[in-house]
Design a protein around this ligand. Structure first.
Ligand code: GLN
Length: 536
């Protein structure tokens, strides 16, 4: 794609340095300059997508508008850039190998020995170039997962090397994100790990143009000098990326150290100053709130907070816009169902409760207990996906007198399956990418809380589920006061929003509004929820 600029982002020393946030920040600078940005993430694992991984292992599965289940870095890209990303922009080794092997079986390489180079690298390059061409991208960010030196990411780095060789110098730039640890014993920032990781990169034929050093504090002058000297980059190209309380501060810090200018120079792009004033204001609101609320997130993947990262971020967005500190507490509902804690004890001090999405029976009864407690004690409660389903099961049991009402996901033999598989899901056995996924329309009932929240009667949000409220029970639920105020705008008529009137905030969605919340445009559902927690 002539004219497209390519920024490759690699990581060194160790994982978890926030490469995705550096990519998202660079994307933000470029987007502010009016460029069309395409962020791409390369993941070394052999899963075709992360949809089948346990969130405790891999963090949240982020769901895209087009139904793709992707790495959670896509959440950062969308929240920072306010763009809609695509499934094709997440390359995994699984996806790449699957396609190469399929092509081999179809005879596309007939007569040839199919090899890592050129066949696998060509597949990667072709996909990168196609994404750029399809979007008519001005800037493509290619974030390469893992750490330089990991076997499983090597093939993506090799593809990057080949592309950099083929592209004119001014069309590509390599940003290497590394760790610069502070050694207490000598009172010094140490650059050796960075030097080693840059050498490792060089041994793969890749030279870093920019080095972003993640450190507790800003990089000291002498640290920058040393990295510049030993890693062969101008001193101005060594950028500080200090620890932050709020991830939205990162683009401001990186800009402060001129990362945007340096990348523009490298790519021969015009370098007018980017206006980050509104962004800065929002970050300051986050850091210096005037009010405070406590939210309990009651789920079962609480051991890894990354499992609920989009929910946490949606709350942070509200925090920035409402100038209200939102503290979240993770409550493990398995502890409630085992009787280790009562709901009252678990929710002590909480102004509001979220029952997030989830799968399987473990922790489900605990969530049902939480739902009952919040409904009866008028505590604001927001149910998301599985949260909605279990709130409905609770309502059916306790308000409609439907004994042992349950989801067939929890109890396959239940006499009262108020939550059951969507009919099209009944014959689905394969697990990868087979749920009801992605953006779907909901028709909202006039005069409902949902309409008030969204300010319109027709909305599009993202889904990831197999179960729904069983249509057989719609009437009984409504007769007993549960309002089914949002229904799928197609022949499936799946109920997608439920609410209660005589309650400060009892609202649940079959979709995941957290996936469409961005820093500059928070989700209206989360905003109204937090507002009602503030009033409580
Ligand atoms: N397990 C439920 C279903 O498949 C809910 C899924 C979710 O919360 N994402 O419908």
């Amino acid at each position: 794609m002539p004219g497209t600029k390519w920024v490759f982002i690699s990581g060194g020393v160790l994982s978890g340095l926030g490469k995705g946030l550096v990519s998202a920040s660079i994307g933000r600078f470029m987007k502010s300059r009016g460029y069309d940005v395409v962020p791409i993430k390369c993941d070394g694992y052999l899963n075709v997508d992360p949809g089948t991984m346990n969130p405790i292992e891999h963090g949240e599965v982020f769901v895209l508008e087009d139904g793709g289940e992707v790495d959670m870095d896509f959440g950062h890209y969308e929240r920072f850039l306010g763009i809609t990303t695509k499934f094709d922009w997440n390359l995994t080794s699984g996806k790449i190998f699957q396609s190469v092997i399929e092509k081999e079986r179809e005879g596309e390489y007939l007569g040839k020995t199919v090899q890592m180079i050129p066949h696998v690298t060509d597949e990667i390059k072709e996909r990168l170039e196609n994404a750029a061409a399809e979007e008519d991208a001005d800037v493509v960010l290619v974030e390469i997962g893992g750490t330089v030196g990991d076997l499983e990411n090597m093939i993506f780095l090799e593809a990057a090397r080949q592309m950099r060789l083929e592209l004119p110098d001014e069309d590509s730039c390599l940003v290497h994100v590394t760790l610069v640890p502070w050694l207490d014993a000598v009172g010094e920032q140490k650059t050796k790990p960075t030097q080693h990781s840059v050498k490792e990169l060089e041994s793969l034929g890749l030279e870093a143009d920019v080095i972003v050093g993640r450190a507790e504090n800003n990089l000291e002058q002498k640290t920058k000098e040393k990295i510049s000297l030993f890693c062969n980059v101008p001193e101005k190209h060594v950028i500080s990326n200090p620890d932050v309380e709020e991830v939205y501060r990162i683009p401001l810090n990186l800009k402060e150290d001129d990362l945007d200018e340096v990348v523009c120079d490298e790519l021969d792009l015009r370098n007018e100053d980017v206006d980050m004033e509104r962004w800065q204001e929002l970050v300051e609101n986050l850091e210096d709130p005037e009010d405070e609320v406590e939210i309990a997130i009651c789920g079962k993947y609480t051991k890894l907070e990354d499992s609920y990262v989009s929910i946490k971020e949606a709350l942070n967005h509200c925090s920035a816009h409402l100038k209200c500190g939102v503290n979240y507490n993770f409550i493990e509902t398995t502890e409630i169902e085992k009787g280790e804690k009562t709901v009252r004890e678990a929710l002590e001090g909480s102004d509001g409760v979220i029952i997030p999405g989830g799968f399987g029976s473990r922790g489900a009864e605990g969530k049902i207990d939480v739902a009952e407690y919040c409904r009866e004690n008028r505590i604001p409660i927001l149910g998301l996906c599985y949260g909605l389903q279990l709130m409905v099961a609770e309502f059916a049991r306790n308000e409609c007198g439907i004994e042992e009402a349950n989801s067939t996901e929890v109890d396959e033999e239940t006499a009262n399956p108020v939550i059951d598989l969507i009919p099209e899901q009944k014959n689905v056995d394969a697990k990868g990418g087979t749920m009801r996924l992605g953006g779907q329309f909901t028709e909202i009932e006039e005069g409902s809380m949902a309409e008030e929240i969204y300010g319109k009667s027709d909305i599009k949000e993202r889904f990831r589920h197999r179960y729904e409220i069983n249509p057989r029970y719609h009437e009984t639920l409504e007769e007993n006061g549960l309002r089914l105020t949002g229904v799928a705008k197609n022949e499936s008529h799946i109920v997608q929003v439920v609410e209660l009137q005589e309650h400060p905030f009892y609202f649940a969605t079959q979709f995941h509004p957290e996936f469409t919340s961005t820093f500059e445009e928070p989700s209206p559902v989360f905003m109204e929820f937090v507002k009602s927690c503030m009033e409580g």
